[in-house]
Design a binder for this molecule. Structure first.
Ligand SMILES: Cc1cc2nc3c(=O)[nH]c(=O)nc-3n(C[C@H](O)[C@H](O)[C@H](O)COP(=O)(O)OP(=O)(O)OC[C@H]3O[C@@H](n4cnc5c(N)ncnc54)[C@H](O)[C@@H]3O)c2cc1C
Length: 544
């Protein structure tokens, strides 16, 4: 037993959240003969997974099973699923997580309907230091009957996930004006579009976001549009990096994840949806004909009339319950600080991460760990396999088995899209893999397109470019920004006409296929130099 727990080692380890990683933590604790108490806020285990149960995982079963959990399941005569197949979230629950949680030894320590409201140290508020580590944790729990109680714990592993805290639509991380007022017409994450076909079929749906969640929602909408061709899909992304957008394709270590990006790329090329690059939603207004979405597209103000919005801009960890304990989180990523450089998408996008365990995940309050997808904070590339290794290491540390705790191994598939900002700055257009220092994977870095005051891409870069006819993707050609140039629309004519045509695009005018650029509906800035402010000064009078 480690020093932290010697005076209260009879207490259980509190695991917050019975998702895949929380359940794995419990299995490892039981395997080592340590007491555990699992708190699950929902009425069943794995509530978040069930919420996206209609989504097919991109990792096959072999990456989705924890070793201690399967060892427990094997004792029950459980039949392992086919390791190469990809389950849906619902299948992950039915074939693995539900039977795991039903094993009597686990069922006895899991409390569903129990929401952890706060964690502290018994008798020690956050400010009080002396003797702090010798006090057990106190876990404030609201049980199924609505009553609050305080449980003591020798250690806390927070595996409460991030799915319950979706990011709002605003580029600044805040809800845009009107977002709360029109909440009934917004879905966050990946709604079950087929099950809710009545609210999506034949409608104009705007999907905002560039990750796998957006891709899943878009492909579901494309399937729906096959059945109900009047369905119009508009996809708004803030960035301009098509390589990042469409993923690593066949270079992705997870074939299904690569295929997801490829399917989206095909849908864009086939004009099944309208892709708006460099687009930021700035406000939402109810309108008698639907929902008016105010946007900045490549610096220009536009608006779009839609019926529904799907916001797939990621999730963030809820830190409220950890207010009274001492945390050391990265100020940007909101992951444990030392983990951040390994997963920060600004630095690293490969999907691989250096093996890490109890040392990286430990918080300043000894005995407190954040694990599972919550340990990645706002970073997007978490895999269950990472979480299983995290909790194996943490539990080994809690058991005082330091050799096992420090022997951390991870075998993760790469995304096939690795980037280093340095390469962009150097203007090389190519980067050595950030995942494979030996340079085993060589990937192209796609430069930002038409970034104000950055390099401009002159050659066609996308199948869906705003101005001019559709073109096949080709290698971008970088040209130096012209310091005299300003951001002005090139192909739109007078501002009034541009605004009118923006609405036409937004409303998907009859006879105009979504995604097709025409002389009437195109509108893109060409340029850019000078400061953002200078560009805005040029823009604002024009847009007024
Ligand atoms: C759509 C989608 C697809 C994904 N596909 C893959 C994939 O193919 N492969 C892969 O490896 N990973 C995938 N992931 C990433 C990740 O592995 C999953 O999100 C996984 O579910 C994370 O497990 P977790 O246990 O950390 O958290 P979660 O599954 O989010 O579980 C957290 C649990 O904590 C509970 N909880 C929350 N707050 C409290 C509280 N205050 N008190 C008590 N309980 C609480 C929740 O109800 C929930 O049951 C995917 C994620 C998403 C969203």
């Amino acid at each position: 037993m480690n020093a932290i727990s010697s005076s209260f080692g009879h207490l259980p380890v509190a695991v917050i959240g019975a998702g895949p990683v929380g359940l794995a933590a419990a299995a490892h604790l039981l395997q080592r003969g340590l007491k555990v108490r699992v708190y699950e806020a929902a009425e069943t285990v794995a509530a978040h997974v069930r919420d996206w149960g209609h989504v097919r995982l991109f990792s096959p079963w072999r990456y989705n099973l924890d070793a201690a959990a399967t060892a427990l399941l094997d004792q029950t005569g459980w039949t392992a699923p086919p390791l190469a197949e990809h389950p849906t979230g619902a299948e992950l629950y039915d074939a693995y997580l539900r039977p795991l949680a039903a094993i009597p030894a686990l069922a006895a320590v899991i409390e569903t309907g129990a929401r952890v409201r706060a964690v502290s140290r018994d008798g020690f508020d956050k400010m009080k230091s002396e003797g702090r580590d010798m006090a057990p944790f106190v876990v404030l729990v609201r049980g199924g009957d609505g009553a609050e109680r305080r449980d003591l714990a020798r250690a806390v592993i927070d595996c409460s996930g991030t799915w319950g805290s979706p990011n709002p639509i605003g580029t600044d991380g805040l809800p845009v004006p009107g977002e709360r007022e029109v909440a009934d017409r917004i879905s966050y994450g990946i709604p079950d579009i087929q099950a809710q076909a009545d609210i999506y079929a034949g409608r104009v749906v705007l999907v905002v976001g560039a990750g796998h969640s957006a891709a899943n929602a878009l492909l579901d909408l494309v399937v729906l549009a096959d059945r109900v061709p009047e369905t119009r899909i508009v996809w708004a992304v803030r960035g301009r990096d098509l390589k990042r957008l469409f993923g690593g394709g066949s270079a992705d270590g997870l074939a299904a994840r690569g295929a997801l990006g490829q399917a989206i790329e095909l849908a864009v090329r086939a004009n099944r949806l309208t892709l708006k690059l460099g687009t930021h939603v700035t406000a939402l207004h109810p309108d008698e004909d639907g929902l008016r979405v105010e946007m900045r597209e490549s610096g220009l103000r536009t608006s779009l009339l839609v019926d529904r919005v799907i916001v797939a801009t990621g999730q963030r960890p809820s830190l409220d319950m950890l207010r009274e304990v001492r945390l050391d989180l990265d100020p940007a990523v909101e992951s444990p600080r030392v983990l951040a450089p390994l997963i920060d998408p600004n630095l690293h996008s490969c999907g691989t991460v250096r093996p890490h365990g109890h040392r990286e995940l430990a918080q300043p309050d000894a005995g407190l760990y954040i694990a599972g997808i919550k340990s990645y904070g706002r970073a997007p590339t978490f895999l269950m396999a990472t979480g299983y290794e995290q909790v194996r290491s943490i539990v080994a540390a809690l058991a005082g088995d330091w050799a096992a705790a420090d022997d951390v191994r991870l075998d993760l598939p790469q995304t096939g899209v690795c980037s280093q900002p340095d390469a962009l700055e150097a203007g090389t257009g190519a980067a050595a893999s950030c995942c494979d220092p030996a340079g085993g994977v060589s990937v192209e870095v796609v430069a930002p397109v038409v970034s104000c005051c950055g390099p401009r891409v002159e050659a066609p870069v996308a199948a869906v470019s705003c101005c001019g006819p559709k073109v096949e993707a080709a290698a971008p050609v970088m040209v130096a920004a012209d310091p005299e140039a300003c951001c002005a629309p090139t192909c739109c004519g007078p501002e009034a006409a541009r605004d009118a045509t923006a609405d036409v695009v937004g409303d998907v005018a009859p006879g105009v296929a979504p995604g097709v650029a025409t002389a009437e509906n195109c509108c893109a800035p060409t340029c850019c130099a000078g400061s953002e402010k200078a560009r805005d000064q040029v823009q604002e009078p024009a847009a007024a």
